[in-house]
Design a protein around this ligand. Structure first.
Ligand code: SF4
Length: 255
C-alpha cells in the first residue's frame, strides 16, 4: 500500500489537489482511499440528540450508523494514523492535512513563505494556489492540480514508495539510516524501498488481522525463543517454514 499526504494552510487548495489526484489514479485502474484529518476541536459528524449520539452518550464504545447508501462506523475517540491505515487495503491512500507521518508529502500554499515554513525532506512536490504563479521552487516541481493532473500523478507513481515503518532511530538503523532518512533518500533517488530490511523479514506477526512491524532485534528474539521450544518437538525440521496461530480463547458457556 502506498500512502502520501497533501498538507498546507486552509484554503490553499488541499482538497482540490486531492480530488484531482484521486480521479486520475482511479482512471489509471488503482484502488484509492483517503483520510481527512480535521483539526477543529469541536468536530463530530454525529450531532447531539441523534439516536447514534444517544448510543454514544450511553457508553457504547463503537457505534455504527447503517444507512441504505452508506455505513458510518463512529469511534468515540481519535485514532492514530497507524490504527486508521489498519482498515485500508488499497493501492493508494491519500491523507489530507497530515504533516507528522512518515510518508511523502505535497505542500499546498498561496505563497513561498507558507512553503518555507513547512518544507522538509519528505516533501516531493508543491501544488495548490501557488501553482498559478510558478513552476519550480527550491528545486521542487510546482504542479497545477487542475491543468497538470496527469503530470502530478506521473510524479506520484514515480516517487511514492510502499509505506515505510516509522521507528525511532534508537530502535532500528539496519539500513544505515533512520526510517525518516530512508524515505528522504528514496525521494532523492539515492536509495531504494527494498533497502529497508523489514522487507526481508524472516519472522512476521499478525494480530487480529493487522501486521505488526518488528525491528530486526525483536524478530531475532522472537525467532530464538520460539525455535528454542519448537526444535525439541518431534517433527521439527531445520529451515522449514513454521506457522503458529493463536486464536481468541473460546469459553464453553451458555451465553
Ligand atoms: S531498516 Fe527499515 S525499519 Fe530499520 S531504520 Fe531502515 S527503514 Fe526503518
Amino acid at each position: 500500500m502506498k500512502v502520501l499526504s497533501i498538507f498546507g494552510v486552509t484554503k490553499s487548495g488541499k482538497t482540490t489537489v486531492l480530488e484531482n489526484i484521486i480521479g486520475e489514479l482511479r482512471k489509471r485502474g488503482y484502488s484509492v482511499a483517503s483520510v481527512k484529518d480535521i483539526h477543529f476541536e469541536t468536530f463530530a459528524i454525529d450531532t447531539p440528540g441523534t439516536n447514534t449520539d444517544r448510543h454514544k452518550q450511553a457508553g457504547s464504545q463503537l457505534v455504527t450508523a447503517r444507512g441504505l447508501n452508506e455505513t458510518d462506523i463512529l469511534f468515540p475517540h481519535r485514532l492514530s494514523i497507524d490504527e486508521i491505515l489498519g482498515f485500508y487495503h488499497h493501492d493508494f491512500v491519500l491523507l489530507e492535512g497530515v504533516d507528522d507521518y512518515n510518508v511523502p508529502k505535497i505542500i499546498t500554499a498561496h505563497h513561498r513563505q507558507e512553503v518555507d515554513e513547512r518544507l522538509d525532506d519528505s516533501v516531493f512536490a508543491i501544488s495548490g494556489v501557488l501553482a498559478e504563479h510558478m513552476e519550480e521552487y527550491r528545486a521542487l516541481p510546482v504542479i497545477h492540480a487542475l491543468n497538470q493532473t496527469a503530470a502530478l500523478v506521473d510524479l506520484i507513481e514515480e516517487k511514492v514508495p510502499r509505506l515505510l515503518p516509522d521507528f525511532p532511530p534508537e530502535c532500528c538503523s539496519a539500513c544505515g539510516l533512520s526510517c525518516r532518512q530512508l524515505l528522504a533518500a528514496i525521494l532523492q533517488s539515492k536509495r531504494r524501498r527494498c533497502d529497508c530490511v523489514l522487507d526481508r523479514a524472516q519472522v512476521t506477526l499478525t494480530v487480529g488481522g493487522r501486521d505488526i512491524a518488528m525491528v530486526p532485534f525483536v524478530q531475532q528474539v522472537l525467532k530464538n525463543t520460539l525455535l528454542g521450544l519448537i526444535s525439541t518437538l518431534d517433527g521439527y525440521k531445520e529451515h522449514a517454514q513454521i506457522t503458529i496461530t493463536m486464536g481468541g480463547e473460546k469459553r464453553c458457556t451458555n451465553e
